[in-house]
Design a protein around this ligand. Structure first.
Ligand SMILES: [Zn+2]
Length: 193
C-alpha cells in the first residue's frame, strides 16, 4: 500500500506537503489531497492559484509589520485610525483577531521579539503619530511580561499610558486559540501595566 502511494509521485508529494501543516495528520492529508487533486480539481487549482497570489502579493507593512497588499497597509493609510492609540501584538496574524472584535480603532505595531524590534523607528512613529496610549495584546505568559517590561523601558521617556489585555485570557495559550468572546472581553477590560 505504501509503495502504491509512493509510485503516484505527485499525489504522494501533495500528501506529504499537506501533512506539514500543523494539526493536519496523515489521514486528513490524504483525504484533502484526494479532494483537491481528484474529486474537485477546479477547487484544487483555485486554492493553488490563491496561495500563489498571496505569496507574491502579500507582504509585511513597512510601518506596522501587519500583513499588507502593498508596501503600507490599509490600517496605516487610514487617517481615521490615527486616534492616539497603538496596539502592540506579537504576530501579524493577531491583527486579524483584534480587527474581528471590531472595537479597536487605533493602529498596530507587530513586535515579534525584542531582537528584531527597531525601537528608533517605533519611537519616531509614536512621536510622529502623536500616540498617547500603548496597549499590549500579547498571550499572557512570563515571556510576554518580560517583553512588555523591556518595551516599556524603551518607551518610558515618552510619557505614554500603558495597558495590557489580561482578564479572561488563560496563560500560555496563543491568542488565536481563545474564543472571540473571551478575547473581546479581555481586550475591553484591559488593565494598566
Ligand atoms: Zn501598517
Amino acid at each position: 500500500m505504501k509503495n502504491y502511494q509512493k509510485q503516484l509521485f505527485s499525489f504522494d508529494t501533495l500528501v506529504q506537503a499537506l501533512e506539514k501543516i500543523p494539526t493536519i495528520g496523515k489521514k486528513s492529508a490524504k483525504r484533502m489531497a484526494y479532494i483537491l487533486a481528484v474529486e474537485n480539481a477546479p477547487l484544487g487549482l483555485q486554492i493553488s492559484q490563491a496561495i500563489h497570489d498571496c505569496i507574491v502579493e502579500i507582504q509585511k507593512c513597512r510601518i506596522c509589520g501587519a500583513l499588507s497588499h502593498g508596501e503600507i497597509c490599509h490600517i496605516c493609510l487610514d487617517l481615521d485610525r490615527k486616534n492616539g492609540t497603538l496596539c502592540i501584538v506579537a504576530h501579524p496574524k493577531d491583527v486579524f483577531l483584534i480587527e474581528d472584535i471590531g472595537e479597536f480603532q487605533g493602529v498596530y505595531c507587530v513586535v515579534e521579539d525584542y531582537h528584531s524590534c527597531d525601537f528608533t523607528h517605533l519611537i519616531e512613529r509614536i512621536q510622529h503619530e502623536d500616540i498617547k496610549e500603548v496597549i499590549f495584546a500579547f498571550m499572557p505568559s512570563l515571556e510576554s511580561d518580560v517583553l512588555i517590561m523591556f518595551i516599556q523601558e524603551k518607551l518610558e521617556h515618552l510619557g505614554l499610558q500603558f495597558s495590557k489585555i489580561a482578564q479572561g485570557v488563560p496563560s500560555n495559550v496563543s491568542l488565536d486559540n481563545i474564543d472571540h468572546f473571551s478575547l473581546a472581553r479581555a481586550f475591553n477590560s484591559r488593565v494598566g501595566t
